[in-house]
Design a protein around this ligand. Sequence first.
Ligand SMILES: NC(=O)c1ccc[n+]([C@@H]2O[C@H](COP(=O)([O-])OP(=O)(O)OC[C@H]3O[C@@H](n4cnc5c(N)ncnc54)[C@H](OP(=O)(O)O)[C@@H]3O)[C@@H](O)[C@H]2O)c1
Length: 288
Amino acid sequence: MKITFIGLGIMGSRMASHLANNNVELTVYNRTKKDIAAFKLQNVIISDSVQHAVKDADIIFSMLSAPNAVEEVFFGEEGALKSMKDNVIWVDCTTVNPSFSVRASQEAKLNNVRFLDAPVSGSLPQADNAELLFFVGGEKETLLEVEPYLNMMGKQVLQIGETGKGASFKMVVNMMLAQSMVIFSEAVLFGEKMGISKEFLLDVVPNLIVSAPFTKFKAEKIKAKNYEPQFPLELMSKDLNLASLTAIEQNQPLFLANLAKELYAEANKSGMGRLDMSAIFKYLEQNK
Ligand SMILES: NC(=O)c1ccc[n+]([C@@H]2O[C@H](COP(=O)([O-])OP(=O)(O)OC[C@H]3O[C@@H](n4cnc5c(N)ncnc54)[C@H](OP(=O)(O)O)[C@@H]3O)[C@@H](O)[C@H]2O)c1
């Protein structure tokens, strides 16, 4: 099987390296030139055109920033879908909104390409250690063909339902992630304002039963004032916008998620977009 991986950002570079390390016949493509050696990507073909990258592939993975990037790369007359062989499988791991995934599946079908939406849970460390969780939407038979490769990059594959349901579940997970980060940050800053030491709060609060477990790792970043991106804040802001759009499509109010959306949008606007999403703490701290 010939595999192509498109999008070598924080996540994609690490995911592709696991395929390469498992001796998969791999071609990679990224919009801008990347230092491939730095990604430990050995024995891969590096393509400088997306059309060339996909033309012989049996399975194509994409891990791009947002729906507009997927649209730019795959759709239209010059899009990658037009260069794919018949009956190949395109697995989009990008976090997009469910209605976009349904549209991507329709575009794929028009070009005789099979489609799965397979966004991931887990961040840079999990991508590094092949411990991602895949949330998959689409046909079971198609997933069976792709599953061995997903297992090289992750530790669990959950088929959530038909096309778009992987993306739907990812919306659920990320709105909780975004809000939990705000809840944790606000609580610590409030405690500090009342005179409790910041060190105590950052050590103890993440271990309370009321806290989301991932705050343990984010508390360490806050303590070290290290906001190097694992999950860039601008992408969390994008995900909250997609959740909000989906809520409108579903006629479902999302009270707290929409408040969080505005807060991340403000932090993004203030220049924190390429910091880790935990920099929402820094933003609130600066504005307290
Ligand atoms: N980081 C995380 O913790 C995490 C966790 C779960 C899910 N996700 C999701 O996974 C996806 C990738 O995240 P990431 O952290 O790897 O992002 P990232 O580091 O910002 O990488 C984004 C990738 O998309 C490419 N791209 C952006 N716009 C493009 C366009 N118009 N045309 C072609 N390529 C384009 C970038 O290419 P260039 O290098 O040329 O800019 C890069 O390869 C996002 O949807 C994100 O929400 C991220």
